[in-house]
Structures are given as C-alpha cells and as structure tokens.
Design a protein around this ligand. Structure first.
Ligand code: AKG
Ligand code: FE2
Length: 278
C-alpha cells in the first residue's frame, strides 16, 4: 500500500476537495481487496435476502430491498461490512489509512464513520450529484472519504466526477440524492459555473474527497460491474448534530446534540497524532 502523500498532493486536495492516487495498491493487494470485498458483499446480500439480523446488523444495511427501485440500480450499497466480515475489519482498521486522511485534512485524529461497498452494476444508473457530510450524524468541514477502485473506473462505466473547490462554499443542509442528476444545483445554482472534473482511474487507485465536495458518477454503459470499496472518516472530537443516519438505535437514544461521538465500538479511533513530550 503506497500511503505516501506529497506536499503538492496535500495542496491540490485542500484547494480542490479531492485527490486521485493511482498507485495506491499493488497487484497482490488489489486482488486481496477485490476478494475480501466481493465476499463481504455476497455474504451481506445473503443475510439481507434471508431477512436475518446477524451481529446486530440488520439486512436493511444494503439498498437492495426493492431490486427494481431506481436507486438499487445506481449501485449495490453495503454499509459497515467491517462489522460482519473479519477480513474487511482488518482492511478497514489499518491505521495508515487514518494517517493519510488526517494528513490530507490537517487534523489530529481520525475515527471511522462507516465503510461502504459501492458496486455499480452492469448498465447501472448514474450517481446523482450530492454532498456526503450532510447525511451524517456530525457536521464537519474536515470529514472525508476514501474510494478504492476495485475495477478500472472509466468514463464508460461510472468514474467519479467532482466540482473542484465546491467544498469551500458548501453548507450543511442536505440536498439528498434524487433521480435527477442535477437536483443539487437547484440548491447551489452558483456551482453550475464550475466545470466538473472526471476522475477515471485504474483498479487499485484511491480517490479521496472531502465530505462537502460536490460529486457524482456517470452511468455504467458496460456489461460488467464497476466495483469500489469506500470508507468515510470523521475527525476525532466531532459532535452529534441530531441526525441518526446509521447510528445504532440504542446508542442514538442516549445522545444529545453536542455530545462527543467517541464510542470506540461504533466509531473506532483509527489514528491519533502523537503529542510531542517534553
Ligand atoms: O461510487 C459512486 O458512484 C459514488 C461514490 C460516492 O458518492 C462516495 O464515495 O461518496
Ligand atoms: Fe458520495
């Protein structure tokens, strides 16, 4: 895993709100990420179809309840696979990922918000333009995600697109993600003037984006899936904003707006900067 990030890449990320690292996984690591993710997704879909709970994770942590729904064909979305799959837990709890995330955002600690596999199926619908952080249970200008391409992401199968710099002017109100590709631009008409940048990248690449950068992905016009494994990160010290999102019901019931989200079982601390001792 190539976790090195140059000063130039940090500046690009902070200016634009995203960064593509094309030589992130070597071919052996890529094979391991592909097999682990495919296995974890297949297992989750199996649980979901049988309607079983399984370690407190309900079958609802996929979006495949109604396979004919438009959104089910945007991608197969499986959340928190690290909670049901040991191999995925090992991949996600790698502190080097936390350090990369902290370096890009210039924060002292990183917790996992949630991991999520996003498999755009053959002939899958496009991913509408949206922001991530407004969905989550904390509001931070330093939240971010890693998106690891498990297949080559091309202009023809649903590569990511970003509105560069949009993270600087984004607000926290949730525009949602509808069927219309451009609904987000009704809330942010000024972003229509920003020229979107496409990020096709080979399998094994990592793409980082800030939780407030506007992004979407094209349709999959091919007959093969476009698979990605992602993880969303929360700066340590983030507080509850009242939104439940994927918080477990019993934990949610104990929270008041403003409480620290520091439960290591729900949001594991992935990396923390060593304090200089003197
Ligand atoms: O994979 C996609 O199509 C969308 C990815 C995305 O929205 C995300 O990683 O936040
Ligand atoms: Fe997103």
């Amino acid at each position: 895993m190539n976790t090195k990030i140059s000063e130039e890449q940090i500046s690009f990320y902070r200016e634009n709100g995203f960064l593509v690292l094309t030589d992130f996984l070597n071919s052996e690591e890529l094979t391991h990420w592909q097999t682990t993710t495919q296995e974890a997704v297949d297992e989750r879909l199996g649980i979901s179809r049988k309607g079983e709970g399984g370690k407190g994770i309900t079958g609802s942590l996929t979006n495949q309840g109604d396979p004919d729904a438009y959104y089910a064909s945007v991608f197969t979305q499986c959340l928190k696979l690290a909670e049901t799959h040991e191999g995925m837990r090992e991949l996600m709890l790698d502190s080097r990922l936390g350090e990369m995330a902290a370096t890009l955002e210039g924060v002292d600690g990183i917790r996992i918000w949630h991991d999520q596999a996003l498999f755009k199926p053959p002939f899958g619908n496009p991913t509408g333009w949206h922001l991530d952080n407004p969905y989550w249970s904390f509001s931070s200008r330093h939240a971010l995600s890693i998106w690891v391409a498990l297949d080559d992401a091309t202009l023809g199968n649903g590569a990511l697109w970003y509105s560069p710099g949009s993270h600087k002017t984004a607000r926290f109100d949730n525009a949602g993600i509808g069927q219309n590709l451009a609904d987000l631009f009704k809330i942010y008409p000024e972003w229509r003037d920003i020229e979107p940048i496409a990020c096709p990248c080979p399998a094994g690449s990592a793409v980082f984006h800030n939780g407030l950068t506007a992004h979407g992905a094209g349709a999959n016009m091919t007959n093969k899936p476009r698979r990605a494994m992602t993880c969303a990160y929360m700066p340590d010290g983030s507080t509850f904003n009242g939104v439940r999102n994927i918080l477990p019901e019993d934990y949610f019931a104990t929270l008041k707006v403003g409480d620290l989200l520091d439960d290591d079982a729900v949001n594991p601390l992935l990396w923390k900067r060593e304090k200089a001792t003197q």
